[in-house]
Design a protein around this ligand. Structure first.
Ligand code: 6GU
Length: 235
């Protein structure tokens, strides 16, 4: 997968790409990130990419020219004419596991990171195909949201997780929150791991895990629980 990020803060991405599973995925060429710095496309000598909002009000707005130039030249250079441009903004549709699955099936992504108070609407009207938010709170910019999206998408790509079952049994992927997990030692500070998990009886273990997952989901996320019950009744 080829991921193009349009951002005024490309250095923010080094951390997540240089560590752990994502670093290995880059090394395995499961995906490649191309960082495109909006500031490189600023024309004036101050390299200005933002300006005051017409009509007044607090906060700076991304100017259209640098972003148009940046996106148009990136599309041309990298042959991305058919690739949707995804804007990260708190006003977007909420990110979710089904969306992560959908994105993981695309070969190329273009992620445009919003910043400051927002961007000139003409950018959105002319260049943006879809808008994504990662939840109901405000971040200083779209970069951290882009990282969440990259992380949740890339881990679904073939070969990135060692254990394919691990992704298949994820919370949300199964329609339920995850059940509790235990590892050695069997008793820690007087607290014993549930006996059933040490029983070797896989049917009993599965039954216990399912019951736990259903109960945790019912208590914490009645919305997800309701959908789960409805889908069970459909089957
Ligand atoms: Cl995508 N951007 C910003 N700035 N804030 C957010 C967000 C995105 N998603 C949730 N909050």
């Amino acid at each position: 997968m080829e991921i193009h990020i349009i951002t005024a803060f490309p250095n923010m991405f080094s951390g997540i790409l240089d560590e752990s599973i994502l670093r290995r995925a880059v090394q395995q060429r499961a995906f490649k990130v191309h960082l495109h710095d909006i500031r490189h496309y600023a024309k004036d000598k101050h390299q200005q990419i933002d300006d005051y909002s017409y009509g007044g009000g607090a906060g700076m707005i991304f100017k259209p020219e640098p972003i148009f130039d940046c996106i148009e030249s990136v599309i041309k250079e990298h042959d991305l004419a058919d690739v949707p441009v995804t804007l990260l903004t708190p006003a977007g549709d909420t990110w979710s596991q089904p969306k992560a699955v959908e994105f993981s099936l695309r070969n190329k992504l273009i992620l445009l990171c919003g910043h400051y108070k927002g961007m000139d609407q003409r950018i959105i009207d002319e260049l943006v195909d879809e808008e994504i938010s990662i939840g109901d709170y405000i971040l200083t910019g779209g970069e951290i949201a882009a990282m969440c999206i990259i992380d949740s998408v890339v881990r679904l790509l073939p070969g990135v997780l060692n254990d394919i079952d691990s992704a298949v049994t994820d919370s949300f992927q199964t329609g339920l929150l995850d059940h509790p997990h235990y590892t050695r030692p069997e008793v820690f500070r007087g607290l014993a791991a549930p006996k059933v998990l040490l029983s070797g009886n896989h049917a009993e273990i599965e039954k216990w895990r399912m019951e736990q997952a259903v109960e945790i989901t019912r208590k914490r996320r009645p919305d997800i629980y309701q959908k789960f019950i409805e889908s069970e009744n459909d089957d």
